[in-house]
Design a protein around this ligand. Structure first.
Ligand code: SDX
Length: 389
C-alpha cells in the first residue's frame, strides 16, 4: 500500500527529488557536476565558472563568463545596516552562528526576493547571495577578531577579494600569493555541490514552501554547522591536535574501535570508496605547503589515514577519508582559525544550494516537503485530572 511509510533513517534508500545537477557513484568514487568529472573542473576551471555551470547546466562562453563575473563582482557590498546586527554578536560568537543569522537577515533587505516565480528576481537573488557570502564571512571573522571591516576591492578576483577582506591590515592593497588563491579556488570548486546531502536537503525542504532563497540558504548553513556534516573539518583539526603525536595513533584507533569516538573526516553516507575530493585536496596540500611551510599535523593525518586504511574495522565498514579529512590542514595553513573552516565550506557550497533551489522551484511536479512518519506513540487516551497524576 503506497500509503504505508517504510522507515528509512536518513532517507538512505528513498529519493527525495529528481535532479540533473550532480552525479555521484559512491562505489566507484565518481563525482560529476552537470556531467563534468570533478578532477577536470578542479584542474581547469575557476569557482565562478563552476558556479555558472551548476546554475545553468553548461560551461559559459567567454562573453557569458565576463558578464557573470561582472554581475557578481558588483554585488559584493552589503547594506551598511548589516554591520549593526553583526556588532550585536558577542566577541566569541561562532562564525557559523553569525553567518546563519546574517544570511537569513539578508532576506529583509530585498522584499521582492519572495517573488520566486519571476526568473529575473530569482537570478538577482542568486547573484547577490553568491557575491555577498564572502563579504559576510569576512565581516563575521573581522568582528570575531576585533578588527575593522575591510570592504570588497572589486579590482580583485572572487577568492583574492575574499582573502583581502579577511587579512588586509594597513597595506594599501592586500595581494595574496597566487598559489594560495588558486588553492582556495580549488577548495571552493570541490565543495560547490554534492547532490542531496544534509544541508542541500534542508535548502530544498525549506525552499519547497516557496520562501525566499535567503531563508532557504540560511537553513542550509544551519545544517552545515553540525559536526557530522560541514563542521567535520573543524573537528578533524581538534582530533589531530588531541592525538598530538604519531605514537598516540594506535591508542586513538583503539578508542574509535571501542566506540568512544568517531574518526572525524572518515566515512560517508554515499562514498563507500575514496571520496574523489579527498584525493584532490591531499594533492593541493603539497602546493599550499610549498608557500606556507608544512602543517606539522600533516604527518599525523597521513599516518592516521595509512593505519586506518589497513585496519579491518574501517575496511569492513568501508570507511575512507572524506572531503573534510585534509581540507582543515590547508585552511589552517592559509591562516584561518578552525571555527572559520565551515564558513569556507558554506561559501563554496552556496552555488550548489542555489542551483538545487532553482531546480526545485522550477519543477512543476515538486510539492511542499512533507515526509511521512511511522507513529509509535500511544492512542485514544483519557484525560487525567491533575489530582490523579
Ligand atoms: C560531509 O552527504 C554528503 O554529501 C556530505 C558531504 C557534502 O559534501 O555535503 O560529503 C560533506 O558531510 C562529509 C562527512 C563529514 N563528517 C565526518 O567526517 C564525521 C565522521 N563521519 C561519520 O559521522 C559518518 O561517517 C557519516 C555521518 C559521515 C556517515 O554516517 P553513516 O552513513 O550514517 O554511517 P553509519 O553511521 O551507517 O556507519 C556505519 C558504521 C557504524 O558502525 P557500526 O554501527 O556498524 O558498528 O561505521 C561507523 C558507524 O559507527 N562509522 C564510523 C565513522 N563513520 C561511520 N566509525 C568511526 N569513525 C567514523 N568516522
Amino acid at each position: 500500500d503506497p500509503g504505508i511509510a517504510t522507515y528509512d533513517p536518513g532517507f538512505v534508500n528513498t529519493a527525495s527529488c529528481r535532479s540533473a545537477i550532480t552525479y555521484i557513484d559512491g562505489d566507484k568514487g565518481i563525482l560529476e557536476y552537470r556531467g563534468y568529472p570533478i578532477d577536470q573542473l578542479a584542474e581547469h576551471s575557476t569557482f565562478l565558472e563552476v558556479a555558472y555551470l551548476l546554475l545553468h547546466g553548461e560551461l559559459p562562453t567567454q562573453p557569458q563568463l565576463d558578464q557573470w563575473t561582472h554581475d557578481v563582482t558588483y554585488h559584493t557590498f552589503l547594506h551598511e545596516n548589516c554591520k549593526q546586527f553583526i556588532e550585536g554578536f558577542r566577541y566569541d560568537a561562532h562564525p557559523m552562528g553569525m553567518l546563519m543569522a546574517s544570511v537569513s537577515a539578508l532576506s529583509t533587505f530585498y522584499p521582492d526576493a519572495g517573488t520566486i516565480a519571476d526568473p529575473d528576481v530569482r537570478q538577482a537573488q542568486i547573484t547577490r547571495l553568491i557575491a555577498k557570502m564572502p563579504t559576510l564571512g569576512a565581516f563575521v571573522y573581522r568582528h570575531q577578531q576585533g578588527k575593522p571591516y575591510v570592504y570588497p576591492d572589486n579590482r580583485l578576483s572572487y577568492s583574492a577579494n575574499f582573502l583581502a577582506m579577511l587579512f588586509k591590515m594597513s597595506e594599501p592593497t592586500y595581494q595574496a600569493d597566487p598559489r594560495l588563491v588558486k588553492a582556495l579556488e580549488v577548495l571552493f570548486i570541490l565543495h560547490a555541490d554534492h547532490e542531496q546531502n544534509c544541508s542541500t536537503n534542508a535548502v530544498r525542504s525549506v525552499g519547497s514552501s516557496q520562501v525566499d532563497p535567503y531563508s532557504a540558504v540560511a537553513a542550509g548553513v544551519g545544517a552545515l554547522y553540525g559536526p557530522l556534516h560541514g563542521g567535520a573539518n573543524e573537528a578533524v583539526l581538534k582530533m589531530l591536535r588531541r592525538i598530538g603525536t604519531v605514537d598516540n595513533i594506535p591508542g586513538f584507533i583503539e578508542g574509535v574501535k571501542e566506540g568512544k569516538e568517531k574518526l572525524m573526516g572518515f566515512g560517508h553516507r554515499v562514498y563507500k570508496n575514496f571520496d574523489p575530493r579527498a584525493t584532490i585536496i591531499k594533492k593541493a596540500c603539497d602546493d599550499v605547503f610549498e608557500v606556507t611551510g608544512v602543517n606539522p599535523l600533516l604527518a599525523i593525518a597521513k599516518e592516521l589515514e595509512k593505519i586506518a586504511l589497513e585496519d579491518e574495522y574501517f575496511i569492513k565498514r568501508k570507511l575512507y577519508p572524506n572531503v573534510d579529512f585534509y581540507s582543515g590542514l590547508i585552511y589552517e595553513a592559509l591562516q584561518f582559525p578552525p571555527e572559520m573552516f565551515t564558513v569556507l565550506f558554506a561559501i563554496g557550497r552556496t552555488p550548489g544550494w542555489l542551483a538545487q533551489w532553482s531546480e526545485l522551484v522550477q519543477d512543476k511536479d515538486q510539492k511542499i516537503a512533507r515526509p511521512k512518519q511511522i507513529y509509535t506513540g500511544a492512542r485514544n487516551r483519557d484525560f487525567v485530572p491533575m489530582h490523579r497524576r
